[in-house]
Design a protein around this ligand. Structure first.
Ligand code: SF4
Ligand code: SF4
Length: 380
């Protein structure tokens, strides 16, 4: 296993971190506690020493199962990261009860890494209004939490504003070879690096889309790279994606949500290779080509500019189009539909086809028709 030292933490941390967002389920739909505990301990036994969870993951079962997995001497071997679900905080008095509950679920007296979860424009003002920084600082002084950071899904401008607002010790951003220019992106990574802040990467495989069901035209690019001797023939799409992230300067840790022993084995093997964090110019060019091919498969050329917003029916137009584009680009992989249905409030089904948005769209997209397409695709 490759290890890197965090600037803020006096400990070598495995480059691969275990994200416990989705646990294996039993037939009755409940989290499979025994397998969950075994998976977490298996990861730790094989060198992973960073475990990431969140208040809302698996309805709290993620925290509870991690708590049980860390008995019998495992607690001392790992750093535990947990997050404040800031979107559930409606008033300042909500903060501490949520955190107290997290301590109870995890059954620990110290959380090593504590993050404000999912900073986006809507929660940025409440974070300041509810004195979240002051509360976290006090918890740190009391020794209940170790290091303060944030996870982020806003755009680059908000990212720089957030970084400059508080002396963060680390941040967590989405990055992969396809998403290098969305959200904080590579520019955000460089900005954090300039300010000496550790960066944790999430979504290195874009929720499995870069590894699970690779379109034939993208697989052909990987195959050609192998035939030309740019990469060994056994390199998998997951390995290409992980290597691309690991080789970016400023990356401290890469989170992967592994919920099977097969995934754990594959990723542990990848992250144990000596050249895991190096890529040649030729390899980068191959990744760019694969990214271009994914882009070419994008059906609707929305630039996510947001000029069409707000929609009077509260349809989150750019997000709906993003999910729909992913749906087509990744050959209708089910996880796209699941995420659309579970994570988005402003579904296309709210659209009344008034077309008020279309005159504001610089790309002249037939948004109303696209919403009809989304309704059809995601209701099947
Ligand atoms: S056409 Fe649909 S998405 Fe566009 S503004 Fe009207 S309701 Fe909103
Ligand atoms: S205005 Fe057009 S291009 Fe911009 S986000 Fe809306 S749909 Fe996309």
């Amino acid at each position: 296993m490759q290890y890197r030292k965090f600037k803020s933490v006096d400990k070598e941390i495995s480059l691969l971190g275990l994200g416990v967002m989705r646990l294996p389920r039993l037939e009755n739909g409940k989290a499979d506690e025994k397998t969950g505990i075994d998976l977490i301990r298996y990861a730790v036994d094989h060198g992973v020493n960073y475990i990431d969870t969140g208040y809302t993951y698996h309805g709290g079962d993620s925290e509870r199962i991690i708590g049980k997995a860390l008995k019998d001497g495992y607690r001392e071997k790992v750093l535990v990261a947990d997050k404040l679900p800031i979107w559930l905080v409606e008033k300042e008095e909500d903060i501490l009860p949520i955190i107290d509950e997290q301590f109870k679920r995890l059954d620990v007296d110290h959380i090593d890494m504590y993050l404000i979860h999912n900073i986006v424009p809507e929660v940025w003002e409440p974070i300041k209004k509810f004195n979240v920084f002051r509360h976290l600082q006090k918890l740190k002084e009391e020794g209940r939490i170790g290091h303060i950071g944030f996870s982020f899904h806003g755009d680059y401008d908000l990212f720089t504003e957030v970084i400059d607002e508080y002396p963060w010790e680390y941040c967590q951003i989405q990055l992969n070879y396809l998403d290098k220019n969305i959200q904080a992106g590579l520019k955000g990574l460089a900005y954090a690096r300039e300010r000496d802040i550790d960066v944790i990467i999430m979504e290195p495989l874009k929720g499995g889309r870069l590894s699970d069901k690779v379109p034939p035209s993208v697989q052909a690019i990987w195959d050609r790279a192998a035939a030309e001797g740019i990469a060994p023939p056994e390199r998998t799409p997951a390995q290409w994606a992980f290597k691309w992230v690991a080789s970016q300067p400023g990356v401290s840790l890469i989170l992967s949500g592994m919920n099977s022993f097969a995934q754990l084995d594959e990723n542990i093997k990848i992250f144990s290779e000596d050249d895991m964090n190096k890529m040649s110019e030729a390899e980068y060019a191959v990744c760019d080509e694969a990214a271009d091919e994914y882009d070419r498969k994008i059906k609707y050329q929305c630039t996510k500019c947001g000029y069409c917003m707000p929609c009077p029916q509260e349809v989150e137009i750019p997000d709906v189009i993003r999910y729909l584009n992913n749906w087509y680009a990744f050959d209708k992989i089910p996880s796209t539909k699941i995420e659309y249905l579970e994570w988005l409030d402003g579904h296309a089904s709210k659209c009344i086809h008034c077309r008020a948005c279309e005159e504001k769209c610089p790309q002249r997209l037939a948004i109303s028709d696209i919403m009809t397409d989304a309704i059809e695709q995601f209701s099947k």
